[in-house]
Design a protein around this ligand. Sequence first.
Ligand code: CP
Ligand code: NVA
Length: 304
Amino acid sequence: MKNLLSIEELTAEEMKELLALGHRLKAERGMHRELPLANQTWALIFSKSSTRTRVSFEVGVSELGGRPMFLSVRDIQLGRGEPIRDTARVLGRMIHGAIIRTYAQEELEEFAQLSGLPTINALTDREHPCQILADLLTIEERYGVGAWKDMRIAFFGDVDNNMGRSWMWAAKHLGFTLVLAGPEQALPKPHVLQELDCPNIICTTDPEEGVRGCTVVNTDTWISMGQEAEKGTKEKAFFPYQVNKQLMSLAAPNASVFHCLPAYRGYEITNEVLEANADIIFTEAENRLHAQKAVLYALAHAAR
Ligand code: CP
Ligand code: NVA
């Protein structure tokens, strides 16, 4: 594994190895015998806001012996119009790895290609692979290693966003049943599903049908970063897919609610449901650190 650009590009084996490594690194936190990023500098180049991703990567790089360097696009010349291809070629000669949060997936891919650096997707408009790895790690902690295999996992709301898409690729690779429940406008287009060729992905506009039998119910903001202008038009159509107590009463008896955060209480999730699931939701946030340390560790080893 040279980069982590998407869940699409990972294999099932690579995902399982990253999860096993994530569990190990979590158990060994503070006692790592090997520091694979020693004497290395890894840049975090962020065009969008972040709390969890930024902090977990800065801490993760440090704990593996490296030096994180946060570069907001507001401060570097990229924000004033310097092309990504020039930024990539400059940084490629100075640092050891890059963690990028941006809009277009193509920008991330161009950076990876032209810098020659191990490059990690810290969220693009297309995918959020680090979050999915942390979510799978959290599912394994709560329900057992590989437990996702026989599960019905739901994603409610804006299912055609970066989180929904990464979940679809995870379902394709790992074979669990993924239920996407949202308004017609947010469901993946038929040609997307046809190309994905994944019979274990079920789409529905019926929230009650969607949640039945689900052990994990995911949701995310209805308005992803960069889509603020759509707020007024989107909300009305999405309210039937709010994750609330009544919806959760129809899920599997041992069901948990997952949210990548930040959450917008009263919109995609009620305060009551979020607080009732706070233990797992904040463990999910914590597991960003451990899952991403596994990614950094794997990339540092592959680059040797
Ligand atoms: N879930 C997530 O990526 O959070 P941040 O936007 O705070 O990084
Ligand atoms: N779909 C959300 C995820 C935030 C972590 C967004 O892109 O804003």
